[in-house]
Write a protein that binds this ligand. Structure first.
Ligand code: SF4
Ligand code: SF4
Length: 335
């Protein structure tokens, strides 16, 4: 269990402050963290990504990409491939992965940081996204420049706006274009996100008025108290207070919708996890025998089906997913 969470009364619905036991349901989504290499190094990054993470120990190999495509070929139950990183576009096998999954008829989601569009060699990225009809999820923690640059680095806001304008010009976020563009918000500090629907209205109004930018949905995500964000909380002496806030706002209505129930996360080294947060916390998914799971186990006949009913590895950081309206890679879980 993670240390450092103390000082608050446990939520009524849980036992002694422990997160309730939960199990996987039918798994339909493969989330693939393709690596930690990123052109940014944001303060809140739960993956500890940065431009320095370029080595093979932090990034998926071409062989692993082959195995993922083979898994998708064998397992039609996995209808969605959700590609994340780092900046996944920086992996040299990224386009092959996307094209392979689309050719197999899978929906492909990409967690896209917008600024990667401006790297050398990425000039055709937006047209590639449009050709392949990927669904884009792009981080923009505020519509105000100072707040974004404080969290994500100097110049990130302006580059993100340019990136969104390029995407709009290609049809992403445009009504009836069929090209989905969603934005992702996370709070600046140790607080819960405001209600997603009201925040979406603000974003739509302000981004349209200021920059003529349009998008489909805004997803509000709660910061997980792990890695870089956790270190920042520790430095400011706010970790216990934030952990207590998450526990006190435990909402049992979120439990059935948790993303770890119908998804499995694959790390760049071939290990399997319940979600991207467990993945970076090295909290492995275990099979019914208690063995740590690897991608190869899903390639065995019935491997994906056997994920259903496995215990989900939970810990104190899970309270970030169940606080208030709940939180997932798809945004709010209730309300
Ligand atoms: S862009 Fe995303 S992956 Fe890259 S450092 Fe920022 S939060 Fe992490
Ligand atoms: S962090 Fe959230 S998604 Fe991951 S296992 Fe815990 S509750 Fe599930």
């Amino acid at each position: 269990m993670n240390p450092g969470f103390s000082g608050a009364a446990p939520a009524e619905q849980t036992t002694f402050g422990l997160f309730p036991a939960i199990r996987k349901s039918r798994v339909e989504i493969l989330q693939f963290n393709i690596g930690r290499l990123c052109n940014q190094a944001c303060h809140h990054c739960h993956v500890d990504s940065s431009p320095k993470r370029s080595g093979p120990e932090d990034n998926a190999s071409p062989l692993l990409i082959d195995q993922v495509l083979e898994l998708l070929r064998r397992e039609p139950a996995l209808h969605t491939l959700d590609i994340t990183g780092g900046a996944p576009e920086m992996n040299s096998s990224f386009t092959r992965l996307v094209m392979g999954a689309r050719a197999l008829g899978r929906q492909v989601l990409v967690r896209h940081n917008l600024t990667v569009q401006e790297l050398d060699g990425q000039e055709n990225l937006v047209s590639f996204f449009a050709e392949q009809q990927v669904v884009l999820f792009c981080s923009l923690p505020c519509y105000l420049e100072d707040n974004v640059d404080e969290q994500r680095g100097n110049g990130v806001f302006e580059a993100s706006i340019r990136g969104l304008q390029r995407l709009n010009a290609a049809g992403f976020g445009v009504e009836n274009s069929g090209l989905e563009l969603h934005l992702v918000y996370n709070p600046q500090g140790p607080v819960l996100p405001p209600p997603q629907a009201a925040l979406q209205e603000d974003y739509k109004r302000e981004l349209a008025a200021r920059f003529d930018i349009h998008f489909h949905q805004l997803l509000a995500i709660t910061n997980q108290p792990i890695h870089r964000f956790r270190s920042a909380l520790e430095r400011r002496g706010q970790l216990d207070e934030y952990a207590a806030l998450l526990r006190e706002n435990f909402n049992p209505l979120t439990l059935n919708a948790l993303m770890c129930r119908n998804a499995v996360s694959l790390r760049w080294d071939g290990k399997l996890f319940d979600c991207d947060f467990n993945l970076v916390s090295d909290l492995p998914l275990r099979d019914a025998r208690g063995l740590e799971m690897q991608l190869g186990m899903l390639l065995e006949p019935g491997g994906v089906q056997r994920l259903a009913q496995l215990s989900i590895a939970v810990d104190q950081h899970c309270f970030a997913c169940t606080a208030g309206c709940g939180s997932s890679c798809g945004g709010t879980l209730t309300g």
